[in-house]
Design a protein. Structure first.
Length: 267
């Protein structure tokens, strides 16, 4: 009887773990704990772990865009109202940017409009660089934006704002506060690309809407400098034009709405 009970308990635990692994935030948390047990991963460790799988998934999209894999540099363009992130790349600094593919943003908090202070749940808006690649993120892997950038700091002085916040990431899982949660598979692709081309050649544009669309306007500006920011983003976006083979990683039809708030989680 005792043996039967133990077998039943083992089967039950296995079933619970299997169900948990289907839930991406739980899967990311388990992965984080495994990383803690394993010891800190390096970026090279992560590339060895999933770099080949990423290459297999991405090479057809790069070939379809007429690009080598890996390319010379990449840009990630996120539109908050549509909750999508578009991947662009080019083979040299003198080439035109080419559209590669599109991802659904799985989680992002706040409303349209720039980030102002720490704790406002806002995803920043602006033109950023990749500052750090974290192979040991609580949400699988992540890319940290250089928020606040110089523009953010300059306009904060105008408003007499302090404590602007930070640690804004593109990361895995589907839960986020102030970051862009892409799901683990998409995060692996973006992380691996930035690792291969170098963070110095990874640009990140976060826009409230697609200013390339005719008549597109941003949300109502509550600060005098916001129209200047949106004009900078509008000009930046003229470099990035959608080409062939549009695809999306997740079905976003029920997710293309910015939630007004999200439960607080650590990044």
């Amino acid at each position: 009887m005792r043996r039967a009970v133990l077998i039943f308990a083992a089967v039950g635990v296995s079933a619970v773990l299997a169900m948990a692994m289907l839930h991406e935030p739980t899967r990311s948390a388990i992965g984080f704990l495994k990383a803690k047990w394993h010891g800190p991963y390096t970026v090279d460790d992560r590339l060895e772990q999933f770099g080949a799988r990423v290459a297999e998934r991405l090479r057809p999209s790069f070939a379809g865009a007429g690009l080598t894999y890996p390319p010379h540099e990449v840009t990630y363009v996120a539109f908050k109202d549509e909750r999508v992130l578009e991947l662009y790349a080019r083979n040299s600094a003198s080439d035109a940017w080419r559209f590669v593919k599109k991802y659904a943003v799985q989680g992002a908090s706040g409303r349209l409009g720039p980030k102002l202070v720490e704790g406002d749940y806002q995803v920043p808006e602006g033109i950023y660089k990749a500052e750090f690649l974290n192979p040991n993120s609580r949400f699988h892997v992540s890319i940290r934006l250089n928020y606040p950038n110089q523009f953010d700091r300059n306009v904060a002085k105008i408003d007499n704002r302090v404590n602007l916040g930070g640690d804004i990431m593109i990361h895995g899982s589907s839960a986020s506060v102030g970051c862009l949660a892409m799901g683990d598979e998409a995060a692996e692709e973006l992380f691996a690309l930035s690792a291969l081309v170098a963070k110095e050649r990874t640009r990140i544009v976060v826009s409230p809407t697609d200013f390339r669309s005719h008549g597109a306007v941003g949300p109502e500006a509550k600060h005098s400098w916001v129209p200047v920011l949106y004009e900078d983003i509008r000009r930046e976006l003229t470099q990035y034009r959608r080409e062939s083979n549009p695809s999306i990683e997740q079905t976003p039809s029920s997710m293309l709405r910015m939630p007004t708030v999200a439960a607080h989680v650590q990044r």
